[in-house]
Design a protein around this ligand. Structure first.
Ligand code: C2E
Ligand code: MG
Ligand code: MG
Length: 650
């Protein structure tokens, strides 16, 4: 910056360097006279050759001439600058200089405000990049004092400025993850609270702590631990909205500040999205690592940032109490109990798959006339570590609210096909498909993959969908279904008659089977209006060439009525309750011992395997009906119902 200007002077007139003993004012004046004698040379030395960017500018701000350093600095040629106004160099994101109210210094002419802007400012190069300079200006006057033009000088300070900004950034940034650190948090939180309060909304805090991270460090080493943390931070960053801030508070502790949270649902949705970053395992040094996190949530508007942080921390402490993992706790008063339960259940459900806690139970579907076993419906169960065996009604709704549905659906489909492939060749498997899953991209490929992997012929798979799914399916879904049915897979319309437009649904999709809902079957004997309706449904099914299965047959009267009215197929406790597959060992020794007395929704499963006739190679132990059937052996000898009447016969 302070390089000497190369000035070539004839040797005899070379001025002595300042400070040289004997150098006097007279000598210096002579040197200047010499310089002035050759103005071209002076111009070259002081302006064109100057190591500082300079431009001669008229009083209105138009460039007359720019030196090479100015061209290099601004990325423009001397020709392209000449005649242009200096505001060409201004950064477009800065306020117009004219708005800054700059005034010339006393005794200074009325210059264009761009010329008055002495000091540090931001400019833009011709390639759009940012540039920081210290600007100064000097007015050049004629001999009579009239201002003639301005010499504008720019000193490039971009590097220094960057270094300063970097230092500030580093002070507020966690070096490992690149996330803002605890020091940055207070400021952001104060800002978020103020902003949200103004908008009548709240600030939500999601305080996450990775479970057993010390164990990960111990097992894999600290370097791998660091890699995991930065991957986790990256995923967090991607899953936050622009208005949210993810912060690393310390070792394995993170916090997300969410501005403008409307209510509990909003906070729940955010927590859900954040926790989903743990769905996929992390890969560190070619090893897959699955992490879980405990979470403390809080929501507030009229409180200090410190109070909010304390609330989140106390919720997190409760979540981690007694060494618990993957728990979500909410600061009391912020969320209702049921909200917490749903959130908690959802977190646990995410891990249920990995922890091998899901089960498929199978319920027989039989030919009503001779009780021949036709196949089984796969029904999902969750062997929850603390709550016991849960029926789908206890957890599927939770999954329906988020992306878990397709994960669960894929698992069910694959497991059911693998199981069914081990049964006798004539037995089919029915799999329930949720509307969400069916509408998802890649559904048909998933079915094809499940069939291929298991070797199950497509004709042995029937997908059960509900009326509303069929009714409201988008065109893309219809196409995906067509691809599946073209392979030979069939479709059943589940819970038929419970929707408001069952018949329309039949026209939208290539339905093969309708399953009359058990709410109709329950009343078919006692309620003439229901009887008339079921009669109608059976006729409709027959008329349309559909198979009809009556669901939920619990007693012999219902079975007899349906048989009389032409219903061909049936399912219900009368023919067997949903039950798990026996283990291969049990099949080998020819003994079907049921998982003892499993209590699903309060119903005790019977102790004896059921009598479904056509025994598959590996057959789920279809269970006999409830005790009511024991007393109602009205069917002829050898019938299913006789067998049911006396469990000891088995
Ligand atoms: P669904 O497909 O209509 O299944 C029949 C339900 O009725 C089953 O309940 C079954 O246990 C019950 N059931 C069968 N026979 C009788 C009977 O005689 N009396 C009575 N009271 N109930 C009987 P579950 O297993 O609780 O399943 C409930 C619903 O959950 C199913 O209704 C189905 O819509 C859904 N579901 C089950 N598994 C899955 C699955 O893997 N994926 C999806 N998306 N949904 C599933
Ligand atoms: Mg079903
Ligand atoms: Mg049903």
């Amino acid at each position: 910056m302070r390089d000497a200007v190369p000035v070539s002077l004839p040797a005899p007139e070379m001025p002595r360097s300042p400070g040289t003993p004997g150098g006097g004012a007279g000598q210096r004046l002579r040197a200047i006279d010499t310089l002035l004698a050759d103005r071209g040379q002076l111009f070259q030395a002081l302006f064109l050759g100057a190591p500082i960017a300079k431009a001669l500018v008229d009083l209105d701000g138009h460039v007359l001439v720019a030196n090479p350093r100015m061209c290099a600095l601004t990325g423009r040629t001397a020709e392209s600058l000449a005649g242009r106004h200096v505001d060409l160099l201004a950064h477009p994101d800065d306020p117009p200089v004219g708005d800054l109210g700059l005034r010339p210094a006393p005794g200074e002419p009325d210059l264009d405000p761009n010329l008055l802007l002495d000091g540090e400012r931001r400019l833009r190069r011709s390639d759009g990049t940012e540039l920081w300079v210290v600007q100064s200006h000097e007015v050049v006057r004629q001999n009579n004092g009239t201002p003639q033009f301005v010499v504008l000088s720019l000193v490039d300070v971009t590097d220094r400025r960057r270094a300063e900004e970097d230092a500030v950034r580093r002070a507020f940034m966690d070096p490992l993850t690149g996330l803002p650190n605890r020091r940055a948090l207070t400021d952001r939180l104060r800002h978020a609270v103020a902003l949200s309060r103004r908008r009548g909304l709240q600030v939500g805090l999601v305080h996450l702590n990775i479970d057993r991270f010390q164990a990960v460090n111990d097992a894999l080493g600290h370097e791998a631990g660091d890699l995991l943390l930065s991957q986790f931070a990256d995923r967090l960053r991607w899953s936050t909205r622009v208005e949210d801030t993810a912060v690393r508070l310390g070792a394995d502790e993170f916090l997300v500040v969410a501005e403008d949270v409307e209510d509990l649902d909003g906070l729940r949705a955010l927590a859900d999205r954040l926790l989903s970053v743990l769905d996929e395992p992390f890969v560190v040094n070619d090893r897959e690592v699955t992490l879980s996190a405990s979470v403390g949530l809080t929501l507030g508007a009229d409180m200090t940032p410190d109070d909010l942080l304390r609330q989140a921390q106390s919720a997190l402490t409760r979540a981690k109490a007694d060494g618990q993992r993957a728990r979500i706790e909410v600061h009391e008063g912020a969320l209702s109990r049921s909200d917490v339960d749903a959130l908690q259940l959802e977190t646990e459900l995410r891990h249920a798959l990995d922890n091998d806690e899901l089960r498929l139970f199978y319920q027989p579907i039989v030919h009503l006339a001779d009780e021949t076993l036709l196949g089984y419906e796969a029904l999902l169960r969750w062997q929850h570590p603390t709550r016991g065996l849960l029926p789908p009604g206890a957890f599927l709704d939770v999954a329906e609210n988020n992306r878990l549905t397709s994960k669960l659906g894929a698992w069910v489909l694959r497991r059911a096909c693998l199981d069914a492939a081990t049964w006798a060749d004539d037995l089919r498997v029915h799999v329930n498909i949720s509307a969400r899953h069916l509408a998802e991209d890649g559904f048909s490929e998933l079915v094809a993959a499940a069939l291929e992997e298991s070797g199950l012929p497509p004709q042995r798979l029937e997908l059960e969908i509900t009326e509303s799914t069929a009714l409201f399916a988008a065109e893309a879904t219809l196409h995906s279904v067509a691809v599946v049915t073209d392979q030979g897979v069939t479709l059943a319309l589940d819970d038929f008659g419970t929707g408001y437009s069952a018949i329309t649904a039949l026209h939208r999709l290539p339905i093969h089977t309708v399953k009359i809902d058990r709410s109709f079957v329950a009343d078919v004997v006692t309620q003439p209006s229901t009887a008339a309706l079921v009669h109608g449904l059976l006729q409709l099914g027959r008329g349309m060439g559909l198979q009809v299965i009556a669901e939920g047959i619990e007693d012999l009267d219902q079975a007899a009525w349906l048989l009389d009215h032409g219903c061909a197929m049936a399912q219900g406790y009368a023919f067997g309750r949903p039950a798990p597959l026996p283990s291969p060992a049990e099949v080998l020794i020819g003994e079907v011992t049921e998982t003892p007395a499993e209590d699903v929704a309060g119903e005790l499963l019977p102790e004896h395997p059921g009598p479904a006739p056509a025994l598959p190679r590996q057959r789920p132990p279809s269970s006999p009906a409830g005790h009511d059937l024991v007393d109602t052996g009205r069917f002829g000898a050898g019938s299913l119902f006789d067998e049911l009447a006396d469990p000891d016969d088995d």
